[in-house]
Design a protein around this ligand. Structure first.
Ligand code: PGA
Length: 246
């Protein structure tokens, strides 16, 4: 199995103001991010992107930026939207697309999401496409079928990352069993053998080692545990250790 690059992504959602984002950077041990195989990515709100870019540049920190969303349109009369070109220009390298909160709270689904992915790639951004089943689908054993359906519009040659985030796991403290995780990762891998696959949903410093073992696990998309510098750094350390000993 090739040793793929690992990713650790902080999804701050709508939790941090710009001042809080700056404070995080002051307290985060950027000098200890010494493993070039682990790409650390911060996804603050749109309004904090430019100041974080400046802080990262000034500190020469090995961190890159992701936006949490983007418009499905290129430019023009779309009040309140932010285009992929704007994100690229402001210094983002990645963009999260199709997070389950976008899907469930804002009604986004594959026709719109596949347009976003296409535009992002065209603009030189790397999409982080989120997929994952609801509790109901999980309980009826329909996970694999649903993941295949969500992934159907995408080509295996797309330069993107996939984040498997079971909806029932996000913010609940629940994580999949080893067996469930293998089943989902194997299903994704069968169509996307060369795409990095991340996991997201209640990852924290206590359970990360229960998730790291899978050879197809290329990192994590983290919500709650990414908000405090200490707990986020603990995830980095666990990945770092695994990377050295794995
Ligand atoms: P969580 O969120 O880590 O708080 O469960 C993950 C996510 O929504 O990406």
């Amino acid at each position: 199995m090739p040793n793929r690059k690992q990713y650790l992504i902080a999804n701050w959602k709508m939790s941090k103001t710009t001042n809080q984002a700056i404070l995080f950077m002051q307290q985060f041990s950027v000098n200890s991010l010494n493993n070039s195989e682990i790409q650390v990515i911060l996804a603050p709100s749109y309004v904090s992107l430019s100041i974080l870019r400046d802080i990262i540049l000034t500190a020469s920190a090995p961190i890159t930026l992701a936006a949490q969303n983007c418009s499905s349109e290129e430019s023009g009369a779309y009040t309140g939207e932010v285009s992929v070109t704007m994100l690229r220009e402001i210094g983002c390298q990645y963009v999260i697309i199709g997070h389950s909160e976008r899907r469930t709270l804002f009604g986004e689904c594959e026709p719109i999401l596949s347009k976003k992915v296409e535009l992002a790639v065209k603009a030189g951004l790397i999409p982080i496409l989120c997929i994952g089943e609801s509790r109901e689908l999980y309980e009826t054993g329909a996970t694999v079928e649903y993941l295949k359906q969500q992934l159907a519009p995408y080509s295996s040659t797309l330069p993107f990352l996939l984040a498997y985030e079971p909806i029932w796991s996000i913010g609940t403290g629940l994580i999949p069993t080893r067996e469930d995780l293998s089943t989902a990762l194997d299903a994704i891998d069968s169509k996307f053998p060369d795409t990095p696959i991340l996991y997201g949903g209640s990852v924290n410093r206590k359970n990360i080692s229960d998730l790291l073992w899978h050879q197809r696990m290329n990192g994590f998309l983290v919500g709650g545990a990414s908000l405090e510098p200490d707990s986020f750094f603990a995830l980095y350390s666990a990945m770092n250790q695994n990377n050295h000993h794995g």
